[in-house]
Design a protein around this ligand. Structure first.
Ligand SMILES: [Cu+2]
Length: 326
């Protein structure tokens, strides 16, 4: 390949590498569990890793001994004992024990959360998450790319996809679950520690698959109730004229205004989110300006047009309006 054609390729790579440096949105390690399911996965991981290491060391020790030991004949009885004991009985007992133990972890993780538990529908899109809190009588409270959960309570997630297969994964809280077009899958989570955790899409879903983060805020029930009540309110800031004029309302809903589009995320409280674009940039005025002006640059392949052609004062006005939607 000539350097000429390699150049743009390198540039693309560099751009992607930069893009991967997404915002630090919270803890995202399976080995720092903060939920019931993740806790069990982490315990299983450590027991299997340490157990396998010990057994491996013993086997290597035996192999070294066999190589270096003198060649005098062994008693056939001793050899058979070693082969039957170490080669048949020991693995059978260890593997059967591990099987029973790991299966015993499943109850309580697979069953749906008890009736009356919090229910949230999360729908995967290229490349963001629609989040709907399902209340009684079919009322829903909608937002995007952010999930708030009360600590110590089971939550039942209904997972769907709008386009391709995505996979919902919040490593610190629990396992992965596929989001499949035309089907509803479910996942039960039970956060055990207050904190901010990062979720990701765990199934390659197109160009900006890696730019599809989810912020999960686990908080005390009272704080959570206050947050949900605020999310349920219609938008209160003025300055929506520009938003409607530019046609943003064709794709976005801002409750309390005429904007009721459904192709993109609900923006009613976008200013209260930890990020814009599912973890791409801060949800403050400069971040929102950048998002509007350089949408496709920040998120290759994004399904929102860039508005870089707007005069800077209008971009600023829009960004201020959006940042004020708290
Ligand atoms: Cu995805």
């Amino acid at each position: 390949m000539s350097t000429k054609s390699a150049q743009p390729h390198l540039l693309t790579c560099a751009r992607f590498a930069l893009a991967f440096a997404v915002l630090p949105l919270g803890k995202g390690s399976t080995l720092e569990p903060a939920g019931l399911a993740a806790d069990r996965v982490a315990t299983l991981f450590w027991v299997l890793t340490i157990g396998a290491t010990v057994i491996w060391l013993v086997v290597v020790g035996l192999a070294l001994y066999a190589v270096s030991a003198s060649r005098r004949p062994q008693s056939p009885r001793g050899s058979s004992l070693l082969i039957v004991g170490g080669g048949v009985i020991f693995p059978t007992v260890v593997l059967a024990g591990l099987l029973v133990w790991s299966l015993s972890m499943l109850p309580g993780l697979l069953a749906p959360a008890p009736a009356g538990s919090l229910e949230v529908r999360v729908t995967g899109y290229q490349w963001w998450w629609r989040v709907e809190y399902l209340g009684a009588e079919g009322a829903t409270i909608e937002l995007a790319n952010e999930l708030h959960l009360p600590v110590g309570e089971p939550v039942e997630l209904q997972l769907e996809s709008h386009d391709v297969i995505h996979s919902f994964w919040v490593p610190a809280l629990g396992g992965k679950m596929d989001m499949i077009p035309g089907r509803r899958t479910r996942l039960r989570l039970e956060p055990t520690q207050v904190g901010v955790y990062r979720g990701v899409c765990a199934e390659y879903c197109g160009t900006s698959h890696a730019l599809m983060s989810l912020v999960v805020v686990v908080e005390e029930r009272q704080a959570w109730e206050r947050w949900l009540a605020a999310q349920a309110q219609p938008a209160t800031s003025p300055g929506e004229a520009l938003f409607l004029e530019q046609g943003c309302g064709a794709c976005h809903t801002i409750r309390g205004t005429a904007a009721d589009g459904a192709l993109g995320p609900d923006l009613t409280h976008v200013g209260s989110r930890a990020s814009v674009g599912a973890g791409v940039i801060e949800a403050d005025v400069p971040g929102l300006e950048q998002w509007l002006a350089k949408t496709a640059h920040l998120k290759p392949g994004v399904l929102m047009p860039s508005f870089g052609m707007l005069p800077p004062p209008e971009l600023t006005a829009l960004a201020q309006y959006l940042a004020g939607l708290r």
